[in-house]
Design a protein around this ligand. Structure first.
Ligand SMILES: [Zn+2]
Length: 201
């Protein structure tokens, strides 16, 4: 039996509907954000992103957002692959900075973050239990993983236990530096120029 081909208008509408459905599906995946770690390891793929560390719930009591300064950002990358023994693994790389509170002067400062960690992937609970006794970092990958939670884990591990400014950079050291600066400031020269005409009178 002969069926008439769909009209061009109808084809366009169907194509648009398909595209919209694909967009919605991609947006849902991005929102969920989870990924199959074993599949990423197998394919050697990489996922990446950036986030504001102060927005991470488990960093809320440590990371701060000082007003008047640009927001700190962490660029992250999770690369799938294998370790030297051929076991499925992820390499998590973090780069950026976090604003922490200095334990000496209680002022905020940007602590640099540059971290690369390899996480072994366990396919089930039994493998997790076995690997956990031998390896420092093992992740159970039998369900899709949340990249932000992985980044948060690694970031927490990389933060200093007792964060402090570099020696001599504390806010408490500020006034001392300012006092030293008075003799050298351009205003000192200006003051002596202003005094000069008065001294002639
Ligand atoms: Zn300080």
């Amino acid at each position: 039996m002969f069926t008439s081909p769909a009209s061009p208008a109808r084809q366009r509408r169907q194509r648009r509907e398909r595209e919209e459905a694909a967009l919605k599906r991609d947006a849902a995946l991005r929102a969920a954000g989870r990924f199959d770690a074993l599949e990423l390891a197998e394919s050697g793929g990489t996922i990446a992103g950036a986030l504001d560390p102060a927005a991470l719930p488990r960093l809320a009591d440590r990371a701060v957002r000082p007003s008047g300064l640009p927001r700190a950002a962490i660029a992250w990358r999770i690369a799938g692959g294998h370790d030297a023994l051929g076991r499925a693994a992820l390499t998590v790389t973090l780069e950026g900075s976090v604003f922490l509170v200095c334990q000496r002067c209680l002022g905020p400062f940007a602590a640099p973050v540059a971290q690369e960690t390899m996480l072994l992937l366990a396919r089930d609970e039994a493998e997790l239990a076995r690997l956990d006794t031998e390896e420092p970092e093992v992740v159970l990958a039998n369900t899709p993983l949340d990249p932000v939670a992985l980044v948060e884990d690694e970031l927490l591990l990389s933060l200093p236990f007792s964060p402090r400014h570099e020696q001599g950079e504390c806010a408490a050291a500020g006034p001392a530096r300012d006092q030293r600066g008075i003799g050298e400031s351009p205003f000192a020269g200006l003051a002596s120029l202003k005094a000069a005409p008065g001294s002639k009178q």
